[in-house]
Design a protein around this ligand. Structure first.
Ligand SMILES: [Zn+2]
Ligand SMILES: [Zn+2]
Length: 240
């Protein structure tokens, strides 16, 4: 196990055990990393030629564009966009041979397709993301005190639950995997029951007969259900 990952994993698990707004610990870990990468993309590294070549080529996905805009660093973003747009235009135009052979339209489609499929930040995050999933499972397998931390989580969002389970299935021996599944599903089942109860009560509150009843925990049930089904520890990742 690599310390570079195990320390932040332990921290995120401990934080999510205690803090109200902290839910899935893997989301928490990922958001922190993502925030750092977004800041770096418009920070000093954007002036480095090696970074610039990559941002010119790959650009960003819509979610990361949104986060870049929220950095409130319009000049840096505009400079990155300027050279990215110029690179795309050059690629679309191709060279003289493309013009002669009549492949220009194909070039345009290929370049435009690349824009929607690539993201500089997503690609930088991916290897870290995989290592975090791996190291979380390994912590469970090799550090006995981690079991209690895992069992004390509110939940794992379903995309991260799937990733953890899949990695564990491939890497752990049968006995350890069965134990991991038992503990993980205990956490998930508990939250499933809670969120179903809350969302059902939320729906009931639209019926006039329940007008005078309290909301209990259901006021934010829709947002919580969506967070459980998808990823994310807060509504605005930039506000953390
Ligand atoms: Zn998650
Ligand atoms: Zn992205």
């Amino acid at each position: 196990m690599e310390q570079i990952y195990t320390i932040p994993i332990n921290e995120a698990f401990e934080k999510c055990m205690e803090e109200e707004g902290c839910n899935c610990p893997i989301c928490k870990l990922f958001d922190k990393l993502e925030k750092k990468e977004v800041e770096m993309a418009l920070g000093a590294s954007m002036m480095e030629p090696s970074t610039r070549i990559q941002t010119n080529e790959k650009g960003f996905c819509s979610e990361h564009f949104r986060m870049l805009v929220n950095q409130n660093n319009s000049l840096s973003l505009a400079l990155v966009l300027e050279s990215h747009l110029m690179t795309l235009k050059e690629k679309m135009d191709g060279n003289l041979l493309t013009t002669i052979l009549g492949g220009k339209a194909r070039n345009h489609i290929k370049t435009a397709k690349g824009v929607s499929n690539n993201c500089f930040i997503c690609e930088r995050l991916e290897p870290h993301y995989n290592r975090m999933i791996e190291n979380t499972v390994l912590l469970y397998a090799y550090e006995p005190q981690f079991k209690a931390k895992l069992l004390s989580q509110k939940y794992f969002c379903l995309p991260h639950y799937q990733m953890l389970m899949e990695y564990a299935k491939n890497k752990l021996d049968k006995k350890k995997y069965d134990e991991f599944f038992k503990d993980m599903s205990e956490v998930e089942n508990k939250y499933f029951e809670k969120i179903i109860k809350d969302i059902s009560w939320y729906c009931k509150k639209f019926d006039y007969r329940y007008d005078s009843e309290p909301w209990y925990d259901s006021k934010d049930a829709v947002e919580r259900a969506i967070r459980f089904l998808s990823c994310g520890t807060s509504d605005d990742k930039n506000n953390k």
